[in-house]
Design a protein around this ligand. Structure first.
Ligand SMILES: Cc1cc2nc3c(=O)[nH]c(=O)nc-3n(C[C@H](O)[C@H](O)[C@H](O)COP(=O)(O)OP(=O)(O)OC[C@H]3O[C@@H](n4cnc5c(N)ncnc54)[C@H](O)[C@@H]3O)c2cc1C
Length: 531
């Protein structure tokens, strides 16, 4: 990864085959698909890779049990097939997770046993394991916190779990290794046109303020909930195609689940599913589905969403959760493809993606899921080059191992997500013992991980590191905040920044992390302790 050499390619001489706007799951997937077909590819992300929706998911690589209930069998089939491919290609990031649905009626016992057998069948050879019916006693043994009153049985099934923003970083690295120019903190601000057709983009380097004009045969808008804003740079009269829907998660101590298995509540008070999932020695509970008018890179959980999660969790758990127990709260915006007429609701909007082509040639993609990013990317690249000057080439991503690929199913190392890079990081530590210093006594992250993030993982600041290279902001926001000053110092020394930059970074991160800490008092206390 060499940012300077990437920037040198923005000289106006290079003509790219494909430029991608947006470095979330969709854009990164497209970049890897395009670059690995041999196309000259560049991706520009206005903030950090996965800073938008793609770091705020439920962390599931799943077929989507609830979409079966909606009768969307073909979508579930595709997602289950992709789930298997994701695990095959990135076993260091994707793992099998057992879920239990507690049943409080005989009807539900029958419904979920049969439904999940069908789910197993759809997964076919890519199955993660067979579902099975559990007695009441087995259910209570495996989920010690589950409400026993009225419990009839449980159904256990398998799905996938991953680390979303780490996956994004590995996608960017893989695309780079196939020759793509991958630049975060570069915003697309204008389309350049000739005879009414898009021939490139103008971009602004958000760090230096410099602007560049870059030529390309194809331009793809993968800007998530911001696709309308980007499309408006092409034509202000285009109709809106995205409908953002907010989903909130709470992160709490692992004792709130007290199990290595996840619990899936199939019907909350508003008819959705609620997951309680073990993740990185903590538990994630979510999510909600709230229509939102305007998009933000750091959306905030509404009080009503937090109350909804706590209330529904408490309805099914013996251990009662209060706001005081929340280690971190995060919100993300689903970029749902707007239906023609939805009567103002997003709950029923399909999670399928849609691809549009404007008169000037801009390809825009909206909707989809992390799980299906690869198949979506394959389709988008194939569609994009169809009527262009670019020669056709086949996608090779079905069996393409991602950067960091390492198969070690039995590993319980909390740093497993680094995959094969872990050895290189340990190598750095052997040269400089100081790098073995921990950032906080409670967590395994060290100075070496900050250095590595700057040198090999496109990290440009404190939020990039704490929120998306290691997941501290999401896992334990207060501790993350305490790590911020030393992280800023190490990054400054790696990227040649001065003391003013360090102060600005801490200030910026303070504004971000504030939204993840629920209790204002706790935030103030932590702020005082680091000043
Ligand atoms: C609460 C929630 C839970 C979810 N859970 C799951 C799950 O468990 N499993 C699953 O498979 N899916 C899940 N999803 C869906 C999945 O996260 C999204 O489908 C996916 O992350 C969307 O990726 P994206 O690339 O389209 O959007 P984003 O990740 O938002 O990426 C778009 C990027 O475009 C950039 N951008 C915008 N304008 C410009 C510009 N002018 N120039 C340059 N860059 C620009 C933005 O900064 C942003 O980073 C969940 C979604 C939500 C909200």
């Amino acid at each position: 990864m060499d940012r300077e050499s990437f920037v040198q390619q923005l000289n106006g001489q290079t003509i790219f085959d494909i430029i991608i706007i947006g470095g979330g799951a969709t854009g990164l997937g497209v970049a890897l698909d395009a670059a690995s077909r041999g196309y000259k590819t560049a991706l520009f992300e206005q903030s950090d890779f996965a800073k938008g929706t793609s770091s705020k998911s439920t962390k599931l690589v799943h077929g989507g049990v609830r979409y079966l209930g909606q009768g969307d069998v073909s979508m579930v089939f595709e997602a289950l097939r992709e789930r298997g491919r994701l695990r095959d290609n990135a076993p260091h990031l994707v793992s099998d997770l057992e879920f239990i649905i507690p049943n409080y009626s005989f009807f539900n016992t029958l419904l979920y046993s049969v439904g999940l057998k069908f789910y197993d069948l759809l997964a076919g050879r890519k199955s993660f394991g067979k579902s099975k019916l559990l007695s009441k006693d087995e259910t209570v043994r495996l989920l010690p916190n589950v409400k026993e009153n009225g419990l009839v049985s449980g159904v256990l099934y398998h799905d996938g779990q991953f680390d979303d923003s780490r996956f994004a970083v590995n996608l960017a690295q893989s695309a780079t290794e196939h020759g793509a120019v991958m630049l975060n903190y570069f915003k697309v601000i204008k389309f350049n046109k000739e005879n009414g057709k898009i021939v490139g983009v103008a971009i602004e380097d958000k760090e230096t303020g410099m602007t560049y004009s870059v030529r390309s045969k194809v331009v793809i808008n993968a800007a998530g909930v911001w696709v309308d804003d980007v499309s408006a740079l092409d034509n202000v009269n285009l109709a809106s195609i995205v409908k953002p829907s907010q989903g909130v998660h709470l992160v709490v101590d692992k004792t709130f689940l007290d199990s290595q298995k996840a619990m899936m509540i199939p019907k909350t008070s508003d008819g959705r599913v609620l997951f309680t999932i073990p993740w990185k020695d903590k538990v994630i509970i979510g999510t909600t589905d709230t229509p939102i008018e305007s998009a933000s890179l750091e959306p905030e959980a509404l009080d009503s969403e937090v109350d909804f999660i706590i209330e529904n969790y408490n309805n099914y758990s013996l251990k009662k959760l209060t706001k005081k127990d929340v280690l971190s709260v995060f919100a993300g915006l689903r970029p749902l493809a707007a239906p023609i007429d939805d009567g103002g609701k997003t709950k029923e909007i399909s999670r399928r993606h849609k691809i549009f082509k404007s008169i000037s040639g801009l390809i825009t993609v909206v909707g989809g899921k992390w799980t299906t990013y690869r198949s979506m990317a394959e389709e988008i690249v194939t569609e994009s080059v169809k009527d262009s000057l670019i020669p056709s080439a086949s996608s090779i991503t079905k069996n393409l191992r991602l950067h960091g690929y390492l198969k070690d199913e039995n590993s319980i190392d909390p740093l497993k997500f680094y995959g094969s890079d872990l050895q290189i990081i340990e190598g750095l530590e052997r040269f400089n013992e100081k790098l073995t210093t921990k950032l906080h006594s409670k967590y395994p992250y060290k100075y070496s991980h900050v250095v590595w993030a700057c040198r090999a993982e496109y990290c440009r600041g404190v939020d990039d590191f704490l929120s998306r290279r290691i997941r501290m902001t999401v896992l334990d926001a207060k501790v993350a905040y305490k790590m911020a000053p030393i992280v800023a110092e190490i990054i400054a020394s790696e990227l040649n920044k001065n003391d003013r930059w360090v102060d600005e970074q801490i200030q910026e991160y303070t504004e971000i992390v504030k939204k993840y800490i629920m209790n204002e008092e706790e935030f103030k206390e932590t702020k005082q302790s680091i000043n």
